[in-house]
Design a binder for this molecule. Structure first.
Ligand code: COA
Length: 368
């Protein structure tokens, strides 16, 4: 049975920074409150023309560059997102087209902030089954477009960004060792985006009542999160035969520093064992774990052979964790030129669109 290794990682965040100070000018809050209660100092906000797919494509190309893998070698793309570009087509398909992953099946996965862990687990299972060789898992968000900037309970928490992993098959032991995925739909009402789906399609009423914005019971989500972070981490450690002291790093979902501190106490792990960067990005939902991983790698906190745990929670309710032996890129004979691949992808996409138009023009009655 092949092993599923994480061989590439990349991130992309908008340039625009929104500080707590900036927020205090639009809503009744202040820097001290936000830092004390959440640990967040600033977050990134997408500019016009920046979407989950554009950020996701940028993060993906960086991940492919690290892995030394051409987009055309990808078999599968899973895009975890809480803020899909459309209900359909899937954001994964937009990214597939943008990077030119012509061979890959692509779909979105909706498990809110746990989505990236669920996606990594699904991709690892497909690789271990032998049905595919390589996969791209993306977490990408523009939450700023779904936040009510008048609601101080939610608007202080979220930010935009994207992160991606490449997973590849190898006979060398390691990679994703174990993973758990959990859900409890009875808590679905605690964190929701009520309108825009089939129950409350867009209407004057939904727009006027703000039903297209994130709604949250912060206290209940907090209570749930502190409980499941510890539980899910213990589960994956048990399943992979690891002990807590074997862990080099825990990379948690970056929602609130106090939630992570409570989890650290529960696991009896010092805070130095946790990767934290929520102070600079806020909660980027599915993107938070891959963004934190990229920064951990850049800071030299991840070496091949290190045992790490990803753990997260989110709306649904959902929660999960994965235990991993960190690998790094597999050896490759020819490293692809990712920028050239990106241009070739745009060209191939243009040709396919043109052919479709010409065929439609020449054979307008083909369906008769
Ligand atoms: N600025 C200033 N004051 C604020 C505020 C803000 N942004 N938001 C709330 N307050 C006020 C409240 O009105 C309340 O005032 P009161 O005591 O006069 O009624 C007080 O601060 C305490 O509010 P409370 O809601 O009890 O704060 P909290 O300590 O529970 O922190 C959250 C609120 C949202 C930070 C916290 O509950 C949380 O992080 N929950 C989890 C959210 C999460 O992670 N969601 C994403 C899941 S993926």
């Amino acid at each position: 049975m092949p092993y599923a290794h994480i061989t590439g990682w990349g991130m992309a965040v908008p340039e625009k920074v929104l500080t707590n100070q900036d927020l205090s000018k639009v809503v009744d809050t202040n820097d001290e409150w936000i830092r004390d209660r959440t640990g967040i100092r600033e977050r990134r906000i997408a500019r016009e023309g920046q979407y989950p797919s554009t950020l996701g494509a940028d993060a993906s190309l960086k991940a492919l560059d690290v892995a030394g893998l051409s987009p055309r070698q990808l078999d599968l793309i899973i895009c975890a997102t809480s803020t899909p570009e459309h209900i359909f087509p899937a954001t994964a398909c937009l990214i597939q087209d943008a990077i030119g992953a012509d061979k890959a099946g692509a779909f979105d996965l909706l498990a809110a902030c746990s989505g990236f862990i669920f996606g990594v687990n699904m991709a690892a299972q497909a690789i271990r089954s032998g049905s595919i060789q390589s996969a791209l898992v993306i977490g990408t968000e523009t939450l700023s477009r779904f936040v009510n900037w008048k609601d101080r309970n939610t608007c202080i928490l979220f930010g935009d960004g994207s992160g991606a992993f490449v997973l590849q098959a190898s006979d060398e032991p390691g990679g994703v060792l174990s993973a758990v995925m959990h859900s409890d739909g009875s808590g679905g009402d605690l964190l929701t985006l009520p309108a825009g789906g089939a129950r409350h399609p867009a209407s004057d009423f939904t727009v006027h009542t703000g039903m297209h914005y994130i709604a949250m019971d912060g206290k209940e989500v907090y209570r749930f999160a502190t409980k499941v972070m510890v539980q899910a981490t213990r589960e994956v450690l048990d399943q992979s035969g690891l002990k807590i002291e074997d862990l080099k790093l825990v990379i948690p979902h970056q929602a609130n520093l106090r939630i992570i501190e409570t989890a650290a106490r529960g696991l009896k792990l010092p805070m130095e064992k946790f990767m934290i960067n929520l102070d600079r990005y806020g909660n980027t939902s599915t993107a938070s774990i891959p963004i934190a991983t990229v920064e951990a790698a850049e800071q030299g906190r991840l070496e091949p052979g290190d045992k790490i745990v990803f753990v997260g929670f989110g709306a649904g309710l959902t929660w999960g964790a994965a235990a991993v032996t960190w690998t790094g890129p597999l050896s490759v004979e020819h490293k692809p030129n990712i920028q050239r691949e990106k241009m070739a992808a745009r060209f191939r996409s243009f040709i396919r669109r043109s052919i479709r138009r010409v065929e439609g023009f020449l054979n307008p009655k083909e369906l008769d």
